[in-house]
Design a protein around this ligand. Structure first.
Ligand code: ADE
Length: 246
């Protein structure tokens, strides 16, 4: 997958692309991330990329011209993928969106700054606005990194077979069950016996029950979208009875 990130602060993004799984995925050629500095596209003498908002108000607004020209230069090089603008006003990014995007060959992420971007740039060259959550960041760069990270790990080959993306929070629709590693006892806290039993069916059932329980306690709204089998339903019924008796 080829990802283009348009930003006035490429240095905010670059170091994150060098470490860990993302760094390995890029080195191995599973993803290619091109950081495109918007500033050189400015037609203004001092390469300014922002100006005061019409109508007044605080902050600065990013100019349409350098953004539109930067995006159009990508199209000129044959880019045909989705063009997303990171903004707290956008649709909230989810695992389902990451899964959809991971099927694409190309992706463009536009990072805004200051009080936003001239609406005409959005109208002219952006397909969709995406937010990474209900809070306001200083710019879209962290949002772009969140999207790159969540999408990259879904591309086949990026995670090793021992780093599976299937059995974890959200991909099953449930929060992930608790994990333990050595030692068997730490500061008086023991690993649940069942995980040491070697009985794989029982372990799988225990993990499913813990995932159901955690999701019920912390994010009950997620349960509405999860398909429950008969054993799940029996467990949930017992759990609800136990909770209502407490
Ligand atoms: N830019 C500023 N805040 C943002 C958010 N919550 N998500 C994506 N981009 C942003």
């Amino acid at each position: 997958m080829r990802i283009k990130v348009l930003t006035i602060f490429p240095e905010m993004i670059r170091p994150m692309l060098e470490a860990s799984i993302l760094g390995r995925a890029i080195d191995a050629g599973f993803i290619e991330v091109e950081l495109i500095d918007i500033r050189p596209f400015s037609e203004l003498k001092h390469k300014n990329t922002d100006d005061y908002p019409f109508g007044g108000g605080p902050g600065m607004v990013m100019l349409a011209q350098p953004i539109v020209d930067a995006v159009e230069s990508c199209a000129g090089e044959g880019f045909r993928g989705k063009r997303l603008y990171l903004s707290p006003r956008g649709k909230t990014f989810t695992q389902a969106m990451a899964e959809e995007l991971s099927k694409d060959e190309e992706l463009l992420l536009l990072c805004g700054h200051y009080e936003g971007v001239d609406q005409r740039a959005i109208d002219l060259v952006i397909d969709e606005e995406v937010s990474i959550g209900d809070y306001v960041l200083t710019g879209g760069e962290l949002g772009a990194l969140v999207i790159i990270d969540a999408v990259a790990r879904l591309i086949p080959g990026v995670l090793g077979s021992d780093e599976s993306s299937e059995d974890e929070s959200f991909s099953s629709g449930l929060l992930e069950y608790p994990q333990y590693t050595r030692p068997r006892e730490y500061r008086g806290l023991a690993v649940p016996d069942i995980l040491l039993s070697g009985d794989h069916a029982k372990i799988a059932r225990w993990r499913r029950d813990r995932a159901l329980e955690l999701t019920y306690e912390r994010r009950p709204e997620l349960l509405e979208k999860v398909e429950l089998d008969k054993k799940d339903r029996l467990f949930m019924q017992a759990l609800r009875e136990k909770k209502s008796a407490e």
